[in-house]
Design a protein around this ligand. Structure first.
Ligand code: FAD
Length: 393
């Protein structure tokens, strides 16, 4: 592969061994019990798999996005849910913290997060709809030396285990759709009076990655818990989402490859009409050729996008394509794998159907596919680079 180097291969192998030795032996059971993968999360942090792209000053490896995607791909082959928990923590919440945080805030919150010692959650979505920010109800008002936050968020990943919630709330009178100004971000530590958690959702997939509502009822945080500039956090959110969408492509890649490998091994062993299923039916060999083609298209898109990201720019449209293509490829391969396993494909203990359930959520959580297609057009048609400049200045 054009993007492989000795260093990247080393990190990929660390992730691969971790998956083989520590993740795969427990992932099916954890999916069935819907258990949060806390121990695996911490272990991934210890191995340097969470904070690879973060600066060494804050406990990261100062590595690149290609390496990050290689790790994400490997982890998703074993347990996509683990990656979802890590992604919400490190790309969505950690990304915003890294972009907007002061040095002091980063030492306090980012360093333990990068090492997997503390968990972050990003609380943005409201009942009005994930991207319908103009209708969001959460407000933060300065009262003396404290911000008072009121409102509620839904579908928040890592609730219950998160040590710190990064919360978006409107601080200006109006949200300006052109300049994207009006919202600010706040760091809210668990246990803060007025921060309340709702019941975890019982989901189709991503079992064990806690998801649920978070309520803020006159929740007071110190003035210094404002993260980044006042009224101006939407740009940073768009950039950390860019990194998350790029990573979602690699989640899809891992799911697709896991399904391809399992289905191939099964069809080569399963005997039908005196031959292996694979040998007996050309139509089945065609399925693998099609899956292979889609997997290689996704790999090419994902790693070329990461290579662009590694030049320091934000590939806003391409990253969203990574997520949409990741979803489609994961769905194709997981669906085919369930089909090829026949009756066994729908039995949970076989360990294949969980990939189909996890793939399905990729099409909604973090941004529905249709909304991302809208954004691809927006980022291609309009010059949204002003957001990048705004955040980086
Ligand atoms: C498991 C899970 C984990 C999540 N984790 C987090 C988290 O950690 N933090 C957080 O803040 N949020 C989180 N979310 C929220 C998530 O990002 C939103 O659920 C998602 O973006 C969809 O938004 P919505 O639920 O508001 O649906 P809506 O915006 O109401 O969309 C419903 C449907 O409308 C259609 N649609 C939407 N927009 C368009 C469009 N532009 N064009 C055409 N059709 C469209 C799509 O079919 C879409 O599925 C999570 C959600 C889930 C399910």
């Amino acid at each position: 592969m054009w993007f492989m180097t000795e260093e990247r291969e080393l990190m990929r192998n660390v992730a691969r061994e971790f998956v083989e030795q520590e993740v795969l032996p427990v992932s099916l059971e954890m999916d069935m019990k819907e258990e949060y993968p806390l121990q695996l999360f911490r272990r991934a942090g210890e191995l340097g798999l969470i904070g690879v792209v973060y600066p060494e000053e804050f406990g990261g490896l100062g590595g690149d996005w290609i390496t990050k995607l290689l790790i994400t791909e490997e982890l998703s082959k074993g347990y996509p849910t683990l990656n979802i928990a890590i992604g919400a923590h490190s790309s969505l919440a950690g990304g915003a913290l890294n972009l907007l945080g002061s040095t002091e805030q980063k030492h306090k919150y980012l360093t333990p997060a990068v090492k997997g010692e503390q968990i972050l959650a990003l609380a943005s979505t409201e009942a009005a709809g994930c991207f319908n920010m103009g209708e969001f109800q959460s407000r933060a008002v300065l009262d003396g030396d404290e911000w008072v936050i009121n409102g509620s968020k839904i579908f928040i990943t890592n609730i219950g285990v998160a040590d710190t919630y990064i919360v978006t709330a409107r601080t200006a009178d109006h949200y300006d759709h052109v300049t994207r100004k009006g919202f600010s971000m706040f760091l809210v530590e668990k246990g803060t009076p007025g921060l309340e958690l709702g019941k975890f959702e019982n989901k189709l997939g991503w079992h064990g990655s806690n998801t649920g509502p978070v309520y803020f009822k006159n929740c007071r945080v110190p003035k210094e818990n404002l993260l980044g500039p006042l009224h101006d956090s939407v740009g940073a959110f768009a950039l950390s989402a860019c990194d998350e969408y790029m990573s979602c492509g690699a989640v899809g890649l891992g799911i697709a490859e896991a399904c391809y490998d399992r289905a191939l091994a099964y069809t080569k062993e399963r005997m039908q009409q005196g031959k292996s299923m694979y040998e007996a039916h050309q139509v089945i060999r065609h399925k693998f050729a099609r899956m292979d083609t889609e997997i290689e298209c996704l790999r090419a898109l994902s790693f070329s996008t990461a290579a662009i990201r590694d030049t320091g720019t934000y590939p806003l449209a391409l990253a969203r394509m990574c997520k949409t293509k990741g979803y489609e490829t994961a769905m194709l391969c997981a669906n085919e794998a369930v089909q090829l396993f026949g009756g066994l494909g729908v039995v949970r203990e076989t360990g294949v159907e969980r990939f189909l359930r996890d793939a399905r959520l990729l099409g909604i959580a973090g941004g529905a596919i249709e909304a991302l297609f809208d954004q691809i057009n927006m980022f291609k048609d309009n010059n949204m680079e002003f957001l990048v400049r705004q955040v980086q200045s």
